[in-house]
Design a protein around this ligand. Structure first.
Ligand code: AKB
Length: 315
């Protein structure tokens, strides 16, 4: 029976992941932690604890008292917010990861943390971006993600920690809003399409980025964590993606439900330069071969679900 500690439980991934993990392993088997308190029903359905992930003693104590055998470490600052406060991003993303890995080592926990398409850089091949390739990002978020991947590799090879990770593309969900990312424009577009029928994108027309619907991301985490470790050649993070889209592709998909939906542009130079550094479309072959990665949602299927869920929520 698993006992799972999740950090950043109130964030975009955490709020959906907690619900799914509790459905599978039981409410009491999943400890949700975050730096802030919440009344969210999903999180309140089982144990919750306040945790500042940069406090390594508090991290260790929380895992020890809960008798955790698995740590899913999600707490981090995303790309745009990290660019506006690079020192804070380094301290939180790297300090938090170090506390998490040290705890996993000391308590022999299985370990998951997400990486990102931000871990690549401007000189990485833009299309069919391979699993193993050049990674020289120029954003602080990217620097923290590539360093995090190396640290996970290090803890696996040096201490035998069972580290596993995914390089997530932009994640789209209708439950918790994302915060401070670059790919968040896609989520905002769905909300505004349903709420007001129009959206002004801060990402330019023609900017292709990988995306994935949250249910596929959650299922990828669980499948990877359940996979036979002896089949995994990569202990840093696997490329995973469901689609490569630009703002007009999402708008066209939305117009199948909201024919008058209007999309215009007011490009934000900071977030656009972050997006320009990221691949157009990554290659997920290693994830498919090593642990059976698969997705259920393409763009139109995701749009159908997003529009129907947001319509229920907002009207
Ligand atoms: C962001 O935009 O910062 C994140 C990511 C791709 O890691 N969604």
């Amino acid at each position: 029976m698993k006992r799972i500690l999740v950090t950043g439980a109130l964030g975009q991934i955490g709020s959906d992941l907690i619900v799914k993990l509790r459905q599978i392993y039981g409410d009491e088997a999943v400890l949700a932690t975050d730096i802030r308190q919440s009344q969210s029903e999903a999180v309140q359905s089982g144990p919750f604890r306040l945790l500042d992930v940069t406090d390594s003693k508090a991290f260790y104590d929380a895992a020890k008292e809960f008798r955790a055998d698995t740590i899913i470490h999600l707490a981090a600052l995303l790309s745009a917010r990290a660019e506006s406060n690079p020192a804070l991003a380094w301290n939180l993303n790297m300090g938090g990861l170090l506390s998490a890995l040290e705890t996993a080592r000391a308590l022999s926990c299985q370990f998951f943390t997400p990486s990102s398409i931000a871990a690549f850089g401007a000189d990485t091949p833009k299309r069919a971006t391979p699993q193993d390739t050049l990674q020289r990002p120029l954003t602080m978020y990217g620097v923290s993600k590539v360093s995090g991947e190396l640290l996970c590799d290090y803890y696996h090879h040096k201490y035998g920690v069972d580290t596993r990770g995914l390089r997530f593309p932009g994640l789209i969900s209708h439950s918790a809003p994302p915060g401070g990312g670059t790919t968040d424009y896609a989520v905002d577009m769905y909300w505004e399409a349903v709420r007001s029928g129009s959206y002004t994108s801060y990402i330019a027309k023609g900017t292709y980025l990988d995306m994935m619907y949250m249910p596929d991301a959650i299922s990828a985490i669980i499948t990877l964590m359940e996979a036979d470790g002896s089949r995994l050649k990569h202990r840093n993070a696997f490329n995973v993606t469901a689609m490569s889209v630009e703002p007009e592709s999402i708008a066209a998909s939305i117009r199948r439900h909201i024919p008058d939906f209007k999309l215009d542009y007011q490009v934000d130079p900071v977030r656009q330069s972050i997006a320009n550094e990221w691949p157009d479309a990554i290659d997920a072959t290693c994830a498919r071969e090593e642990w059976g990665f698969d997705v259920q949602y393409d763009l139109n299927r995701m749009t159908d679900d997003m529009v129907s869920k947001l319509t229920e929520k907002l009207r």
